[in-house]
Structure formats: C-alpha cells, structure tokens
Write a protein that binds this ligand. Sequence first.
Ligand SMILES: CC(C)(COP(=O)(O)OP(=O)(O)OC[C@H]1O[C@@H](n2cnc3c(N)ncnc32)[C@H](O)[C@@H]1OP(=O)(O)O)[C@@H](O)C(=O)NCCC(=O)NCCS
Length: 180
Amino acid sequence: MIIWPEIQPTLQDGDLTLRPTTIEDAPVMYKYIAGDVDIATFTTVPANYTIEMAHEAIERWSNGYADKTVMQNAICIGDGPIIGQVSLQSIDLRDHHAEIGYLLNAEFRGQEIMTRAVSLLCDYAFGIGFRRLGAFAMPRNVASVRILEKNGFTQEAILRNYITELDDTQSDAVLFSRTN
Ligand SMILES: CC(C)(COP(=O)(O)OP(=O)(O)OC[C@H]1O[C@@H](n2cnc3c(N)ncnc32)[C@H](O)[C@@H]1OP(=O)(O)O)[C@@H](O)C(=O)NCCC(=O)NCCS
C-alpha cells in the first residue's frame, strides 16, 4: 500500500529542497521555461509557453496532489527561489508505480542538482510504497540519460516513433525504470 500524506511534504537533502509549487512561483518558472529550446525539445512543456500556462499548471498540480495523480515539486537551493521541477506523474496507486519527470533552469545546469533531486524524490517514493518508477528520455538527451543511470534506472525498451519533434518529424524514446 502507498502511504500518501494528506499535505504534500517538503523533502530536504542538505541545501537542496523539494517543496510544493505555489502560485507565487509562476513568474520565476515562466522566465526560465519560456524560450528554453531544450525544455521545449525534451519535455512535454509547450514551446509557446505563457505565464497563464504556468498559473494553470500550478493549479493542476495542487489539485493533482489532492487527487493522488501527481506530486510536483519545486526545486530550491537553500531558501532561494524555484530553479526547477521534479515530479511523480502517471501515478497508479493500485499497481504501485509512477513516472518521474524533471527540468531545470539553464543557469543551474551542470552542477549535479538534478541528479540529487531525482535521488531525493526516488528515495521518498520508494519509502512511501512505490515499487516501480519509470522515466522516458530521448537517446540524444545525454544529461537526462546520465541522471537516470546514476540513480539506478536501467533501459527497458526503445519506443519507436514515440515523440513528435518541434519540426514535426518522429523520434524514438527510451523507457527507463527502477524497481524497489
Ligand atoms: C536534463 C537536465 C535536467 C539536467 O540537469 P543537471 O542538473 O544539469 O544534470 P546533472 O548536473 O545532475 O547531471 C548531468 C549529467 O549528464 C552529463 N552531461 C550533461 N551534458 C552532457 C553531454 N552533452 N554529454 C555527455 N554528458 C553530459 C553531466 O556530465 C552529468 O553527468 P556526470 O555527473 O556523470 O558528469 C537539464 O539539462 C534540463 O533541464 N534539460 C531540459 C529539460 C529536460 O531535458 N528534461 C528531461 C526530459 S527526459
């Protein structure tokens, strides 16, 4: 059984904090997402991102935590502002599995922040009862693949023609998983 706290907890690892995203995070989130080509290319976040989309997403995540369908976490260093996001999504409580997804403000990349954030969220998820975490990455997204490998995920399958690129061509995705 998965123990799902009524209030979304804040997770901490030294100076790294994962906390619920709030509506006050929207302007900062919008600033690092809008116009970031890697985020538009490698995640499902729309390329034409608007501040309204940031507001809608935060409201959806808040409702999603209450519905037990998503746990979206703002990544912060110390008591600083949001610099990225890491989430449990596609949650299936009955079958004890979920997918992990993440993105980081470009200014903070290359410092192992996401490797640590994924580690913290995986430990938490397995701790409350999840038995499998999945993740999708495009093969050329080397940083994302490394994060998964460093966190004990292994390649499970290649999903052919799974993703429509920004130029409307189709590309493969790799499905990774880690089990408990
Ligand atoms: C993917 C992303 C979250 C990485 O975050 P990050 O905090 O910079 O990642 P980390 O520093 O924790 O780790 C990145 C790893 O990839 C490696 N890496 C990064 N770019 C690389 C490249 N071009 N070639 C080889 N290795 C690379 C780093 O060296 C590091 O591995 P190491 O510790 O073994 O040296 C960030 O680039 C991002 O937000 N990208 C856009 C959104 C995205 O792709 N989300 C994931 C969708 S699946």
